[in-house]
Design a protein around this ligand. Structure first.
Ligand SMILES: NC(=O)c1ccc[n+]([C@@H]2O[C@H](COP(=O)([O-])OP(=O)(O)OC[C@H]3O[C@@H](n4cnc5c(N)ncnc54)[C@H](O)[C@@H]3O)[C@@H](O)[C@H]2O)c1
Length: 374
């Protein structure tokens, strides 16, 4: 597990996924046996690795990636490093014959993302990219509504993602400073549009075009060492997508917005027969029959409490941590084969959309999303 001392590596992948799977006694396979992952923590700083290993009772760690890749016992290479350095490390792992699983975006540009996908396919190793939002309870409920035909004809999607990320030094920023430097692989387009691609494609309908306008609203922040730095990457993006079937999706992504929502990500889907608002966990719906008759009348207090016309949609299901749920599917895929659709080609689709959104912003026009080259 490389990059495991980072925010995502520690919290979501080590603690909430791999160690949680170990605590539950591993993962049951169809033949009755169990897979118990044995993590080896890999990183650049001995001190951080030792601290992390001691804190969580993990016996093995190393700063020698090459040595770890040379060990035949390690069957999977996992990467949660900063985005800019991921593709090179994944490539070395594939060359060493490892199965690979990595955070999104799989690479900083489409060419590198396709390169590692092709290398993995040619080497015959199993591969996957984190697409955690698909496994969130709120998004799974939304998908169930789409599959049930609840919306009738889907007309539009409007989404709000974001929150205020402190500039530093106090309160301390919630996100690492490289996120705000283009030269280090930062920027909200690369970060969030890799999520928007799989969410739109697989929860609503395939993305056909994108128009994006991005901005660097905050020009200076303070880094982990307390030094001010210039922000060279965009910290907000406002985008319009056309989806298959003429559905229009508008998504705002921002680290410079104060939250007046129930959740940090909310998608509202409006259809001819009903609407839904889905967040990370919850999903509320309003069917056509429950739609209040709104009338524009600003001179009198509004007689309707619009929020009262929505009801919670509580779907059955076992909603485990989204990262852990996908880890379990990947481990089963490695152990037993079978389909795992969220592979490096799917990861490359996310990078493709981020790259097109960035070009759209620079050129000031909407761009079609072409078929992904194989
Ligand atoms: N799936 C999600 O929802 C989600 C959310 C946030 C971040 N991410 C992705 O996870 C990855 C890690 O993000 P994070 O927020 O944990 O970052 P982080 O800065 O907290 O962690 C980055 C890790 O990479 C290591 N690293 C190796 N080489 C590096 C270099 N040259 N520069 C900087 N760090 C280097 C760091 O030591 C650290 O362990 C990113 O690719 C990011 O896009 C995914």
């Amino acid at each position: 597990m490389n990059g495991v001392t980072g925010r995502m590596g520690t919290n979501q992948h080590l603690v909430r996924s791999i160690l949680a799977i170990r605590r539950q006694g591993g993962l049951a396979l169809p033949d009755g046996s169990r897979v118990v992952p044995e993590p080896l923590l890999v990183g650049r700083s001995e001190e951080k690795l030792r601290g992390l290993a001691e804190e969580h009772g993990v016996g093995r760690w190393t700063t020698d990636l090459e040595g770890a890749l040379g060990e035949p016992d390690h069957s999977i290479y996992f990467d949660a490093q900063a985005t800019a350095v991921r593709a090179g490390a994944v490539e070395r792992a594939i060359a060493a014959g490892k199965h690979v699983y990595c955070e999104k975006p799989s690479a900083p540009d489409l060419e590198s993302a396709l390169r590692i996908a092709r290398l993995a396919r040619a080497a015959g190793v199993r591969h996957g990219v984190v697409q955690d939002k698909l496994f969130l309870p709120g998004m799974r409920k939304l998908r169930a509504l789409v599959e049930d035909g609840f919306f009738g004809r889907i007309l539009s999607v409007r989404g709000e993602f974001g929150y205020w990320v402190f500039e530093g030094p106090e309160p301390t920023p919630q996100r690492p400073s490289w996120n705000y430097r283009a030269e280090d692989g930062g920027g909200i387009l690369a970060d969030m549009f890799s999520h928007w691609r799989y969410l739109l494609d697989h929860v609503i309908a395939p993305v056909r075009s994108v128009y994006a306008l991005a901005a660097t609203h905050i020009g200076e922040r303070v880094d982990e060492g307390g030094s001010p730095y210039r922000c060279t990457a965009e910290d907000a993006a406002y985008a319009v997508f056309e989806l298959e079937g003429g559905i229009v999706a508008q998504l705002n992504s921002s680290w410079c917005v104060r939250v007046d929502r129930d959740e940090l990500l909310e998608l509202q889907v409006d259809g001819s027969e009903g609407s839904a608002v889905a967040g990370l966990r919850d999903c509320r719906v309003q069917a056509r029959a429950d739609t209040p008759r709104a009338v524009w009348s600003p001179d009198v207090p509004n007689p309707l409490r619009f929020r009262d016309s929505w009801v919670d949609f509580a779907a059955d299901g076992d909603y485990d941590n989204a990262f852990k749920a996908q880890w379990e599917l990947f481990l089963r895929h490695v152990a037993c084969g079978g389909p795992f659709p969220w592979d490096l080609y799917e990861g490359a689709r996310g990078v493709q959309l981020a790259e097109l959104a960035s070009r759209s912003w620079r050129e000031g026009r909407a761009l079609e999303v072409p078929e992904l080259p194989q």
